[in-house]
Structure formats: structure tokens, C-alpha cells
Design a protein around this ligand. Sequence first.
Ligand SMILES: C[S@@+](CC[C@H](N)C(=O)[O-])C[C@H]1O[C@@H](n2cnc3c(N)ncnc32)[C@H](O)[C@@H]1O
Length: 216
Amino acid sequence: MVLVMKEWDVLFSNLDSIDFSYRKNLNRLKRGPLLSKTTKDDLILDLFCGRCDTSYGLRDYGYKIISGDISLKLLIMNKDVKNKIQLNSLLLPFKNNQFKGIIIQGGLHHLDDFDQIVICLREAKRVLKSNGYLFISEPGNTLCLKIWLFLIKKTKLWKISSYSKNWHDLYKAEEKTHSLYLSNTSKLIHYLKNNWTIEFHKVGLVTEFFTLKKDD
Ligand SMILES: C[S@@+](CC[C@H](N)C(=O)[O-])C[C@H]1O[C@@H](n2cnc3c(N)ncnc32)[C@H](O)[C@@H]1O
């Protein structure tokens, strides 16, 4: 497999500390019912896991977790997380019906087009058990996000601190897939309604959350 060693990895890992990020990811996860729908004995896949911040946040919950990402560079950063695998979310190296839960936080908006998003969701469904749950949190197409993106991309505001500069550089680096994702959010909801049971759907200030169930 070709390793992804993009500048993007560096920008992403410089943005938030693991400590800050795992709390943020855990709080997002708690917005949907995945944790209450699964038990400690269940196998959970943290897909597009990056530095494994979500997996790390779940370490005290007792789940059996597998963390998967395409970037080896990000995967190896947190030595405290075990059970990691380098993978492509478009072709998951797992058997059918293996996981009770899958978590995708900030992954779909990195895919190249809507077809890839559909392929990834089909793969997620394939490896999920019947009555398993897929939690997704991705950028929401909201006014708040539009204002934030305008400020960070089109004004000089990003120059005020190294933190805002990191955000600016990160958005520039992922601009293409990020805006493609946002332009397809209605299409995505239509697709999800036709192919999954949506148990939970909420649009926050800048993030959209789904908990999807795979029916029998
Ligand atoms: C914004 S990061 C999300 C990381 C993590 N979920 C979090 O919330 O901290 C997106 C991740 O998607 C990964 N990625 C992009 N395309 C991928 C693919 N086709 N298969 C697997 N991972 C991919 C990138 O390497 C990156 O780590």
C-alpha cells in the first residue's frame, strides 16, 4: 500500500494536543447513542482514526477497539493505543458482520467525491453486524461554519496566532474535498434515508452528527 505522507498529516497533528482532541472527540461521540447501544464486550472500529484520539478517549470504557487509517505517520503517533491497522476505508480488510459499532469522525470529508463516500458507507455496512451502529460526525453545512471558513480563509484573521494559522493552512490543504463534501450534504442525507435507519441526526453549530443502524 502507498503511504500517505502529505504535509496535511503534519498540519493536522500540530493543531490540537492528543489530550484536548480526545476529550473533544469523546464529547462528540456522546452526542449520539452509539455508546449506550453497545456493551463493553463489543468490537468497535475507529475508522479514519488519524492519531487514534477517539480510540484513546475510549480506553477507560473497556471496549475492544480496532483503529484504522490510511496514514501510517498518524497511526504510530500515540504509542498508548494498540490494535491499529493501516487501511483504505474504500476497501476494508475485514470480514462481513464483524463489528458492533463503527465510528467515523471527520473522515468522509477527506474522500475525493460522492461516489467514494457511498463506497465507504457500503464497506462500513458490510463489516457491521446486523443491528450494529455507525456513528458519523462531519462538518455541517451551517451558517456558523460558513462564517468561520470565510474568516479563516478570506481575511487576515488567521495571522493573529499560530493556532489560527494552523487552521488556515489545514483548510487550504483540504479545501477541495471539504467543499465538495459540504456541497453534497443534502445528497448524503437522501442516500442515508434510503439505505440506513437513521436513529439519530443532529446539526450542531459547525458539525453534523448521525447514528445509523444496520437493519437485519
Ligand atoms: C480529520 S482526520 C480525522 C482523525 C480522527 N478521526 C479524529 O477525529 O481525530 C481524517 C483522517 O482520514 C484519513 N484518511 C483519509 N482518506 C482515507 C482513506 N481513504 N482511508 C482511511 N483513512 C483515510 C487521514 O489520514 C486522516 O487521518
